[in-house]
Write a protein that binds this ligand. Structure first.
Ligand code: R2B
Ligand code: URA
Length: 311
């Protein structure tokens, strides 16, 4: 459905692109996993002012990001509870404060891909323009002090190639995983201004699994030796991989297709050259997980300040 067909949005045009001629022929588009529809929800009224989207694995973390950014931007309402906008479904959670939308995506490529299809259509139907999107998350580091924040230069697959492959109609389609280099640069600049924790730029390996897919020795199954594992992680390191997670490749590919300026900011929870098990205390884990939020929060605050000065 064209946003122009929604009553009251005749002059609307979005800079978030969908590439699907079939949408034009639909008179309703149900965003099933969010619990919205273009006929039942006035998406431009609900989301038209969104300029920043922050996505991350856990619903709890995305709610806490919303509370944090509300306080940072002084948009908090003491009475506000920040309800989950997707209350009709428990697949994903979504929160909004001012121009900042925060959405959970679950774990792994299939889960984030479904969410991104619907998010991109939502932003398009809502006539959003100039949207910047961030994935904030956790990862395993390679040779880094736990707690280090990595801003992704390039997302690589488990063979260290910068691509995301998807089988469509029985054929493998290869998409590139470029992220916005200037946005990554600006985030690194923000980290220097903050000077609160180690932040670096590096490649991020995106895998299909947390255990064997990331060369762990502690899964239910393991058919390789300690030496095989070390050799694989050393090869990853030689390919510039600084951290390993499970969503960046499809995130980069889909954001690029839709014209969204995108960055991936993940904190490392452990050094994979030293071990596999995550045994940090809940308090330390909590403080590490907050770091990408602090960095992205600082960036958003700066951008909004700049915009206010210009207007
Ligand atoms: C990081 O952490 C999760 C696995 O524990 C996964 O979603 C990821 O990318
Ligand atoms: N998330 C991952 O995908 N891997 C880790 O080692 C830690 C968090």
């Amino acid at each position: 459905m064209n946003p122009k067909d929604i009553p009251g949005t005749e002059s609307c045009s979005s800079s978030v692109f969908v590439h699907n001629p079939h949408l034009e022929e639909m008179n309703d588009d149900i965003l099933y996993h969010f619990g919205f529809g273009t006929r039942t929800h006035n998406l431009p009224a609900m989301f038209g002012d969104v300029k920043f989207v922050c996505v991350g694995g856990s619903p709890w973390r995305m709610k806490s990001f919303t509370e944090y950014i509300a306080a940072e931007l002084r948009l908090e309402d003491p009475k506000a509870e920040y309800p989950n906008i997707c209350a009709g479904t428990d697949r994903y959670a979504m929160y909004k404060v001012g121009p900042v939308l925060s959405v959970s995506h679950g774990m792994g490529i299939p889960s984030i891909a479904i969410m991104l299809h619907e998010l991109i259509k939502l932003l398009h139907h809502a006539c959003c323009t100039n949207v910047t999107i961030f994935r904030i998350g956790t990862s395993g580091g390679i040779g880094l002090e736990p707690g280090t924040v990595v801003v992704t230069k390039q997302s690589l697959d488990a063979t260290f190639l910068p691509k995301f492959e998807q089988v469509i109609l029985g054929k493998t389609v290869v998409r590139n995983t470029d992220l916005d280099p200037s946005l990554a640069e600006e985030l690194l600049h923000c980290s220097k201004e903050l000077d609160q924790f180690e932040t670096m730029a590096g490649n991020t390996m995106c895998t299909l699994d947390f255990y064997e897919g990331q060369a762990r020795l502690d899964g239910a199954f393991c058919s390789y030796s300690v030496k095989d594992k070390q050799e694989y992680l050393n090869r990853a390191s030689e390919a510039g991989v600084c951290n390993i997670e499970m969503e960046s490749s499809v995130f980069a590919a889909m954001c690029k297709l839709s014209g969204l300026r995108a960055a991936v900011v993940c904190v490392t929870l452990l050094d994979r050259l030293k071990g596999d098990q995550l045994n940090v205390s809940p308090e330390v884990l909590h403080s590490y997980q907050h770091r990408p939020q602090i960095l992205v929060g600082h960036y958003i605050k700066k951008q909004l300040k700049k915009k206010a000065l210009c207007s």
